[in-house]
Design a protein around this ligand. Structure first.
Ligand code: BG6
Length: 484
């Protein structure tokens, strides 16, 4: 790369998920998903910044008393009815890629239905056609934190091997249907979340087991097999299909150069990269076998599983990247707020209003590390700043803090490309404000486009361009050269 321009084929855009934008949770035969059962809990009553690991009993209670709760992910930002307006705005910024997910329960309302729901399939036909109108390539996630609720309640989600069968049926349905419209796919969003929050990651209720750790990793194994089989089928249906895995990559640093800290951080990085190790290299690495042994985890595999993993690795690696984490061997060290990926304070880094440690250089580190570990193309499919925005009297939103965050990350992407990393593209998280995954807030905003809606569901849903909208448009126009 001679100039500061990104490679000519570079994909620029934004990323969303069905359960955080669509709404229309009960329209056109859609079934409920696990995301629809996450109630809103105001900040003062929340324990840290962590999505709840809901129990079966709590779900039943909420289903019986629905009127007592507000479930923000049922309503999203009404993309279901406003997708034309939204995609037009993305096109105005110059997107050539748009990451979205298909809501599984829109296609198979109960997850285990005989036939797909035609109205659901038609909706995505229209969305993909709209993208095509503007030459925007859809990058489609099959499962983004929204396992059909029935699969959770009836089978205990991904802990049950039957889910592989249901998922494959769903994957095959959409691969065939959208054969001429989509050729970039991701199987599971942030697949490593299954080990951290099995309800969100796979509709698993931990109380069903006396060995929750084992149950979580067993569910992960089922997702690995489902993902490998989906990759195989995607290639058979359309040889042009490219399928990626998706990891929540949180770089973990040692607190000091004490070898005990170094080894602790290395182990934590391995536990994070275990998922891509399996999906890219097609086998369980030795460090995880040791961990399983020492923690009484016995994964039930069927004959042929190892072969499936080996024969059908992914075509590319995709990651979300928001922050880095620091680990310490000192068990008394104070830990940061209770989020899914947490550690001790890094004095060199600033934090967001939600306590996430901002670390653009960590992104360069992560990209180099991943690329030279797997030698596969990498796609950053999520990165962004969740922040409170202020709507000025003249309907303007001056989000220079967001521009600053994104600019610094793009500079490090550029450095990584100069280091030789094969980076395919970049989709910032939430190009339009959407419902937060972890907190279900609307006030944790990521967008270039402001959506007039508050945490309690009030607002006109009107879309407004923020300052970052104009800025990102210039970045894309100049293929990453102009970051001013
Ligand atoms: C990723 C998820 O973890 O981070 C998204 O894939 C999520 O669904 C994003 O929205 C940002 O997290 P949050 O909790 O701020 O919405």
């Amino acid at each position: 790369m001679n100039s500061n321009r990104f490679p000519e084929s570079f994909l620029w855009g934004g990323a969303t998920s069905a359960c955080q934008i669509e709404g229309a949770y009960n329209l056109d035969n859609r079934g409920l998903s696990i995301a629809d059962m996450v109630k809103f809990v105001p900040k003062e009553q929340r324990k840290g910044d962590r999505p709840p690991n809901v129990t079966r009993k709590e779900i039943q209670e909420m289903l019986n008393n629905e009127g007592n709760y507000y479930f923000p992910k049922r309503y999203g930002i009404d993309f279901y009815h406003r997708y034309k307006e939204d995609i037009k705005l993305f096109a105005e910024m110059g997107f050539n890629v748009f990451r979205l997910s298909i809501s599984w329960s829109r296609i198979f309302p109960n997850g285990d239905d005989e036939k797909p729901n035609e109205k659901g399939l038609r909706f995505y036909d229209s969305v993909f056609d709209e993208c095509k109108k503007y030459n925007i390539k859809p990058l489609v996630t099959l499962s983004h934190y929204d396992t059909p609720l029935n699969l959770a309640l009836k089978y205990n989600g991904w802990s049950n091997r039957k889910l592989i069968y249901f998922f494959i049926k769903y994957a095959k349905t959409v691969f065939e249907r959208y054969k001429d419209k989509v050729d970039l796919w991701l199987t599971f969003n942030e697949i490593n979340v299954i080990a951290k929050n099995p309800y969100i990651g796979g509709g698993v209720f931990l109380e069903d087991s006396d060995n929750p750790l084992e149950l979580s990793y067993q569910a992960g194994h089922h997702q690995f097999i489902a993902s490998a089989l989906a990759t195989k089928i995607a290639h058979e249906i359309n040889p042009k299909n490219k399928v990626g895995c998706m990891l929540a990559r949180t770089v973990i640093y040692p607190e000091t150069n004490n070898p005990l800290d170094i080894i602790k951080a290395q182990r934590a990085n391995q536990m994070n990269l275990f998922f891509t190790d399996v999906q890219a290299r097609g086998e369980y690495p030795g460090y995880i076998l040791r961990y399983f042994k020492e923690n009484n985890v016995y994964i039930k595999k069927e004959i042929g599983d190892d072969e499936i993993l080996k024969l059908h690795p992914v075509d590319f690696i995709s990651i979300s990247y928001y922050k880095s984490v620091t680990e310490s061997s000192n068990s008394n060290a104070e830990r940061l707020s209770d989020s899914l990926f947490t550690g001790v304070k890094n004095p060199y880094l600033e934090t967001t209003d939600w306590g996430w440690q901002i670390d653009p250089i960590g992104l360069r580190w992560a990209l180099n590390d991943l690329y030279y570990r797997y030698r596969m193309p990498i796609f950053i499919v999520e990165n962004g700043l969740g922040a409170y925005d202020r709507l000025e009297y003249d309907n303007k939103i001056h989000d220079d803090y967001r521009i600053d965050y994104l600019k610094k990350h793009i500079i490090q992407m550029r450095e990584a490309i100069k280091d030789g990393v094969n980076l395919m593209g970049y989709t910032t998280w939430g190009p339009i404000d959407l419902v937060s995954d972890s907190t279900s807030e609307m006030s944790k905003r990521y967008g270039f486009i402001y959506v007039d809606k508050d945490d309690y569901g009030n607002g006109s849903l009107k879309r407004l361009k923020k300052d970052s909208f104009i800025w990102y448009k210039k970045v894309i126009e100049s293929n990453g050269e102009n970051l001013a």
